[in-house]
Design a protein around this ligand. Sequence first.
Ligand SMILES: [Zn+2]
Length: 538
Amino acid sequence: MSAIQDQLRGKLVVSCQAFPGDPLDDLDALRRIVRAVVGAGAQALRLNSAEQIRLVRQDTDVPIIGIQKRYADGVLRITPDFAAAQELAAAGASVIALDCTNRSFAFGEPWRQLIQRIHSELKLPVMADTATFDEARAAGEAGADFVGTTLNGYTEETRNNHGFSWPLLSRLVNELKTPVIAEGHLATPAEVKRALGEGAFCVVVGSAITRPGVITSSFLSALSPAHADAHVIGADLGGTSIKAGLVDPQGQVTCSAQVPTEAPRGRGAIASNLASAIEKVRAQAAQAGITPSALGIASAGAIDVNDGSVFAATDNLPGWAGFDLRGFAAERFHLPTRVLNDAHAAVLAELHYGHGRGLTDFVALTIGTGIGGGVVCNSRLLRGNHGFAGSIGHHVLRVGGRACNCGRLGCMEAYVSTAALVREYKSRVGADVPALADDALAFEIGRLAQAGDPAAVAAYQILVGYLSEGVANLFNLFDPQAVLISGGLVQGYPSLVAEVEKRVTASLHFGQKRAPRIQLAAGGYFAGVQGAGAFALS
Ligand SMILES: [Zn+2]
């Protein structure tokens, strides 16, 4: 056993299979594909049928994971009985893989018994093809030498998984002693590297290497006409209201709905209101004869990048942290579902439909009660591990400065926000302030500043000073093509952007030469909905 482990550890296993009806579905074509991949350095193979293994064994002695697919009553089962395993072994398989899911089959033998017989009679190791953590654990306990993620997405229980399940891999490698083989939906070198980095024992890649038809389709769909007529539902969940809408391929929001979040009533109410907003949009879409192809949800709070659950949320959304948001929505609406943070969604809206179109590298900021934002590098939004990337409001401008909601002192958000502007203004005029909420008062201060009121101008100047320091930091960290700014404070004081740009140019190293570009973002009432929609399509 350990010899084969040494041969497979950290390796790329190429699965060479043709599907019935595929023009390459003949033994000679497959044999030549195998020669090509082994010639290129593939270190192991996964092959279907004793016939194919026997042919390939004439050309190479690399390890082969052998399987025998059998269909009966429209059901596929991998290596259903001992006779099949015996033939694979006789043909030269180094490992026998078999279906170890908890599905019950009308044909073949129980997999526990197969593992025993393959060990004792064929003296070969077994790879358990499984779909879930529990199945993999059971297979490991029953003596399987490797457990694979092969069947995740292919069983009734996992049919909503349309891509490789990183959370499953992570749990398997962390909790099981049995070596884990990553297999299924892995399509790029970066994914293979990531799987090994996350602890997979070895990685199996199939269609992405060996099936030209599948590869061609993936290119064509990336050329976008696939989305040319795709409508998706986007939802934007905030502390007070939930917006949802049907987003067309140009980013226009056609049908829409808005409901109160009712956050104080807790997780159950929030989730149910979200579902009702989405349901309303779907009903309107159905009346218009449109079937949405995916669902994107933008939510306040940090969203776990791996599984779409809520990693953390503030007290504005009690009980929301820990909620399996993606799982809930996917099960409820039976649509491919993706979830991201609401500030990140606004950045994606900017990238796809707003002033970020035509840019590949930019930082976007929305200034309001706090600072939302995000970073786009190389046309991709940086999300980070737990969804915290681009938390620009929480970089410290003054060590030991004002207390921030996040618990630190001196964050940018403590100096650049509606509350900060109001505070500066009040400190200058004392009690002589209109009785207004912060938002409305900030708007009034902007109006006064434009009219030349000294206290209002001074308050804005303080804010411009801090904002310029923060934005200069962004240019130093990311060297973006532009920083896009939006929010009520900017609208209330139109010269703010030009003033910040001037200060940033003056303070940056080589500032004149770099000519930092700062401009208004497109923003918009439905930016979160549009961004969630764009994310659902990505
Ligand atoms: Zn902070």
